[in-house]
Write a protein of this length. Structure first.
Length: 148
């Protein structure tokens, strides 16, 4: 009976190790093999690279390449103008949401929440590319003091 229990325990541990190894391998393959660079933040400011990529993939003529570069560059400038116009609104919505959350939390929870807010603000300062931010909650380091 004891050897049967030991065998089952060993089988469970081996199964768990196999599952964790498989999950790690899939994560590595997904991010570093199959889709390298997709997890990095995209920036239209790399318009030369975008135009060059389009030129290669679409086999553009030199004249088309120049036209495409102008369009991509203009699009980048338009994005910047639009972002300048709406950035204050993003920041206002962010602060409104935070204030609503503060109203729900206890004093102890508010202290922990303020630590989390400071952490997010260091990574994503107010007014800095709000439209290009990654998901804020996904970026929190929950191992930081006050975030547990």
């Amino acid at each position: 009976m004891n050897s049967e229990r030991s065998s089952l325990t060993l089988l469970a541990v081996v199964f768990l190790i196999g599952g964790l190894s498989g999950a790690w391998a899939m994560h590595y393959a997904e991010h570093d093999v199959f889709h390298p660079g997709l997890h990095k933040e995209y920036s239209i400011s790399q318009h030369e690279q975008i135009a060059a990529h389009l030129a290669r993939r679409l086999k553009l003529s030199p004249k088309q390449q120049k036209q495409v570069d102008v369009v991509v560059q203009q699009t980048y400038q338009d994005y910047n103008k639009l972002e300048d116009q709406v950035a204050p609104q993003f920041d206002q919505v962010r602060e409104q949401g935070r204030n609503q959350l503060r109203g729900i939390l206890t004093q102890q929870q508010r202290q922990m929440f303020e630590n989390m807010v400071q952490q997010v603000d260091r990574k994503y300062p107010l007014g800095v590319h709000p439209a290009l931010r990654q998901a804020v909650m996904g970026s929190l380091d929950v191992s930081a003091p006050g975030c547990q």
